[in-house]
Design a protein around this ligand. Structure first.
Ligand code: G3P
Ligand code: CA
Length: 302
């Protein structure tokens, strides 16, 4: 018998709860879980001594108070692929990273919690989620993203071993574990396919040259920019249909209630539009708004 209630789209807490608190902090992830997230998303980069930490970027100036630490002034440097000088995660040991505190990345959002919360390791993010349950009683999951895998590989770091090893320590390395692994680079996903049965998600900024059938050979879903999904008149671009035809889930990013596209009157209207379009999950800075939209839809269909 088929399930009488179709699966609800997943609420993926993009970088925790950065609409309210500095991104990738324990306090932010915890808030997102309490707001109704199904998954929390740590972006991952390496420290000098090989620890994975939750940061969106390997440069540290925009999301930490590193600039306020005179003892690290001489670490400011330039790197290939990054414009201007900055401080970089791979030049700091984990012990040094732990002396920094997180700050809100967006000028337009509250900075009340700047300087209060520490930077987390991937292990600490897993521990934070492990054993927690969602509003529907399922395990809260994690949705790690390998940031700059080719860059870190060239420096001698092994993302695949580090991520899979950390997941294995917590028993989250087997099929059915509440884990998705994502990347903008197909190379690491193709390689991971041979090493894990965990679902893999290919992130896409553009639809140009995208071959869903090829992606389906190594991934279980795609994480597109939401801009790829609908035409200006509100019709589907066909992206979701093509992904689904290839057996791929579709988890678009990024839903930001405080930076809505002009066509939507409020966050619920935007979520409703994309849920109607057929997405299987949403990356959002505002997990509370995504959950509220899903609850309202469920109430309307009862
Ligand atoms: O990983 C999905 C989405 O987060 C991609 O964008 O740049 O916020 O990591 P970014
Ligand atoms: Ca991400």
């Amino acid at each position: 018998m088929s399930d009488p209630k179709p699966a609800q789209p997943l609420v993926i807490a993009h970088r925790g709860a950065p609409g309210y608190l500095p991104e990738h902090t324990g306090e932010g992830y915890d808030m997102a879980i309490r707001m109704g997230a199904d998954y929390i998303e740590p972006d991952l980069v390496f420290t000098k001594d090989g620890h994975l930490i939750a940061r969106h970027d390997h440069y540290l100036s925009t999301t930490t108070n590193v600039a306020d630490h005179p003892e690290f002034a001489d670490r400011k440097t330039t790197k290939d692929g990054h414009e201007g000088e900055d401080w970089f995660s791979e030049d700091f040991t984990l012990a040094e990273i732990k002396t920094l505190r997180a700050r809100q990345a967006f000028a337009s959002r509250s900075h009340a919690a700047d300087g209060k919360f520490e930077i987390l390791t991937f292990a600490e993010v897993i521990k934070l989620a492990h054993g927690r349950t969602t509003m529907s009683g399922s395990p809260v999951g994690i949705y790690p993203e390998t940031k700059l895998p080719s860059y870190f590989s060239a420096l001698g770091y092994d993302f695949e071993t580090a991520v899979l090893g950390e997941l294995a320590k917590h028993g989250w390395d087997t099929p059915g574990s509440p884990v998705f692994i994502q990347s903008f680079e197909d190379g690491i996903l193709r390689s991971l396919r041979a090493k894990t049965e965990l679902p893999l998600i290919m992130l896409l900024e553009s639809a140009e040259g995208v071959d869903m059938k090829d992606i389906a050979t190594y991934a279980n879903g795609v994480g597109p920019s939401k801009a790829l999904l609908a035409n200006k008149d509100g019709s589907s671009t066909g992206f979701i249909e093509a992904a689904h035809a290839a057996g791929l889930k579709v988890h678009p990013w990024t839903f930001r209630s405080d930076m809505l596209p002009e066509v939507f009157a409020n966050a619920q209207a935007e979520f409703d539009f994309f849920f109607d379009l057929g997405v299987d999950g949403v990356f959002t800075d505002f997990a509370n708004d995504a959950r509220a939209s899903l609850l309202a839809r469920a109430a309307r269909s009862d």
